[in-house]
Design a protein around this ligand. Structure first.
Ligand SMILES: O=C(O)CCC(=O)C(=O)O
Length: 285
């Protein structure tokens, strides 16, 4: 019999806390390949002011605290395609979205859709503000458990390509906040400080320390962001966001025809459900 997608303990902890850490999710070869891409992009970004492109990957040398923001990373080469349905997390993501249950999945699409595939390269001084939380109530990113099953709107896989410990600007979460009904009292002050804040000092927030190759799986409804990086060097992560296949793209980026042509059917379905629409005679789109 096939191993369950998640253990009883993983289901318990995900329900309770809103996140899981998957140790050694990537192989050392995959980490090296992802870092090779980031080396090239970092070099290219030196001559990009604001938004530009590295092949089919959007590179935003944002000048903001988030650092260099990359979009459409699944276009960046073979390793990035392997990550689409990586065995370390694919079944878990599908399970928490709830579409591994035939009663919740009608088979017309795939079991999931990746509505955003991004990465950041963040140097000293960089951070990510606190956002989300159960009190916000957004359906797209919701945590939902109903009738004995998970039905989450967005399950994120955040992968570390270098070690992220104290001072490195770790992702921070408030465990359990995916179920919170009441707004965190500190968030009002944080919003007033707007974009350039971090999660440091937020009551209840913890740093998720990762070693390179580890992945943080979390429901987007959890209140999260990152600590400010104080160490030298930079932090390299990528995030693949999984949701139900009836969702749509978060941003106006679309997979390239080349990518769609070379992906396996399962991977193609993850980046573009219904690649081949059924149309009346004579209509092409
Ligand atoms: O940069 C981080 O560590 C947090 C990423 C984040 O906020 C997100 O994936 O929504």
């Amino acid at each position: 019999m096939a191993a369950p997608a998640v253990t009883e303990m993983e289901a318990y902890l995900f329900d309770l806390n809103g996140y899981l850490i998957i140790k050694n999710a990537l192989t050392p070869q995959q980490v090296a390949a992802c870092n090779a891409t980031y080396d090239e992009i970092e070099e290219a970004a030196k001559s990009i002011t604001g938004r530009g492109w590295w092949g089919n990957v959007s590179v935003n040398n944002s000048g903001k605290q988030e650092g260099i923001i990359l979009q459409q990373l699944y276009e960046a080469g073979p390793v990035w395609e392997e990550l689409l349905d990586h065995p370390s997390w694919y079944d878990k993501a599908i399970h928490f979205i709830g579409t591994d249950d035939p009663e919740n999945f009608d088979g017309h699409h795939g079991p999931a859709f990746i509505d955003e595939c991004f990465g950041t390269i963040r140097s000293t001084g960089g951070a990510q503000r606190l956002h989300s939380g159960g009190h916000v109530g957004t359906i797209r990113t919701q945590f939902r458990y109903h009738a004995g099953k998970f039905h989450c709107g967005q399950v994120n896989i955040l992968m570390a390509f270098n070690d992220i410990g104290p001072g490195d600007g770790a992702t921070m979460v408030i465990p359990g906040s995916h179920k919170s009904n009441v707004r965190h009292p500190q968030t009002v002050a944080i919003e007033r400080r707007a974009e350039e804040s971090s999660v440091d000092g937020v009551v209840g927030a913890i740093e998720c320390h990762l070693e390179k190759g580890d992945a943080l799986l979390f429901v987007d409804a959890i209140a999260h962001g990152s600590a400010r990086r104080t160490n030298p060097g930079n932090r390299r992560i990528a995030v693949y966001r999984y949701g139900p296949s009836w969702g749509s793209f978060r941003l106006p980026y679309r997979p390239s025809p080349d990518l769609l042509a070379r992906l396996t059917p399962r991977r193609r379905g993850l980046v573009m459900p219904h690649t081949t629409p059924v149309l009346p005679p004579g209509r092409t789109a």
